[in-house]
Write a protein that binds this ligand. Structure first.
Ligand SMILES: Nc1ncnc2c1ncn2[C@@H]1O[C@H](COP(=O)(O)OP(=O)(O)OP(=O)(O)O)[C@@H](O)[C@H]1O
Length: 357
């Protein structure tokens, strides 16, 4: 766990970038600092690895004050990824990734072999290893930046706007890749972004900062969407928060209708193996517009219901065979209860937090 205890940073010109910040970052999870430009996100992040010294207060990693260890020793356990990757331009990709392990005494050969594996891990083909950073796309460079930060296998990873220099499509890929990687690695990640959608997508918990790193809200993304703490958070979270919140609601508990059910004169037609072909009705065959399977969230299912000519989403099993239908009314029933459940869970969490001190 990383703990900020009453941390303040006042720059020499008098600017108070962070004022009395207290916050606990959970081990093995992704915590996102989000907020408008200049609110103190980067300053707060860089105090963790002591690139910036707090004016007052303490930061503890697993109970140890970060000031109790030499900088080099501290940073060995903390990977750092920045916007635009910050790669060494005159070193090949492989050597960029191998830099820190070589500095730590790992043989060059061994470090390069692990670097190759790491490149594949972050979704790059190992044969890009001999190129120089300028010979890669922005998204590829960013992946190399992540590989380099992971090379020393640090338990903590700090990421400062890691994906903001790339276009939205690449950004989407990189975000997905980070979530996949984190599923394998379980690092303690602190990620700074000004993009609330990125925060909601990536964060296990999101710290919404106002000016001076004042914590406006610190909550799971689903809770930020369901119950923004104040107008500031509400305006940052933006529109459609109810609909976006459905992305965090499990679709497993929706009542299903049998596949043979006729909806508005339309019946689901199946092929010989039981896979959906389309909706058969008086006007011929209409498309199903997609299917969902176990694990789908309410947002996905709602989208399918809206797109379906029958107003029904088709569920399929692991072989692609239709095994149930979700009709508008069944969806509505689930949507009705899910916000109530979320509010009840929030209240329960608050009670437990209060009891824990
Ligand atoms: N070295 C410095 N000297 C004086 N003021 C600084 C310094 N670095 C940052 N600041 C100021 O501290 C405040 C917080 O800056 P910081 O970079 O932490 O914000 P941020 O939330 O990361 O912003 P952005 O999203 O624009 O990067 C800003 O008002 C900034 O101008």
């Amino acid at each position: 766990m990383i703990e900020f205890e009453g941390v303040t940073k006042r720059y020499p010109d008098g600017t108070v970038a962070v004022e009395d910040l207290s916050l606990k970052v959970e081990t093995g999870r992704i915590t996102v600092f989000v907020g408008p430009s200049g609110c103190g996100k980067t300053t707060a992040l860089r105090m963790i690895n002591r690139m910036i010294q707090p004016t007052s207060g303490r930061i503890l990693i697993d109970g140890d004050d970060v000031t109790s260890r030499p900088d080099a020793d501290l940073r060995r356990g903390i990977g750092y990824v920045i916007q635009g990757a910050g790669l060494f331009p005159h070193r090949t990709v492989l050597d960029n990734v191998a830099t820190v392990p070589v500095l730590q005494g790992v043989s060059r050969r061994e470090a390069r072999a692990s670097a190759r594996e790491l490149l594949e891990r972050v979704g790059l083909s190992a044969n890009l290893g001999d190129r120089y950073p300028s010979q890669l796309s922005g998204g590829q460079q960013q992946r190399v930046g992540v590989a380099r930060a992971l090379a020393a296998d640090p338990p903590v990873l700090l990421m400062d706007e890691p994906f903001s220099a790339v276009d939205p499509v690449v950004r989407d890929d990189l975000q997905q890749e980070l979530l996949r990687l984190q599923g394998d690695l379980g690092k303690t990640i602190v990620l700074v972004t000004h993009d609330i959608d990125e925060a909601i997508r990536l964060g296990d918990k999101v710290a919404v900062f106002a000016q001076g790193a004042r914590l406006a809200q610190y909550a799971a993304p689903a809770d930020l969407l369901a119950v923004p703490a104040d107008d500031f958070v509400s305006s940052l979270v933006g529109r459609d928060r109810g609909f976006r919140g459905l992305g965090f609601a499990d679709g497993a508990e929706i009542a299903l209708k049998p596949v043979g059910h006729t909806v508005d004169g339309l019946t689901l037609e199946l092929d010989a193996d039981g896979r959906p072909v389309g909706w058969r009705g008086p006007d011929g065959l209409l498309p199903t517009e997609g299917t969902f399977s176990d694990g789908a969230n309410l947002r996905t299912i709602t989208d399918l219901v809206i797109l379906s000519p029958a107003g029904a989403a088709v569920r399929v099993d692991e072989h692609g065979r239709a095994d149930g239908l979700v009709l508008v009314e069944d969806l509505a029933g689930r949507v009705r209860t899910q916000q109530r459940e979320r509010l009840a869970a929030l209240t329960q969490d608050q009670v437990e937090e209060a009891e824990a001190g």
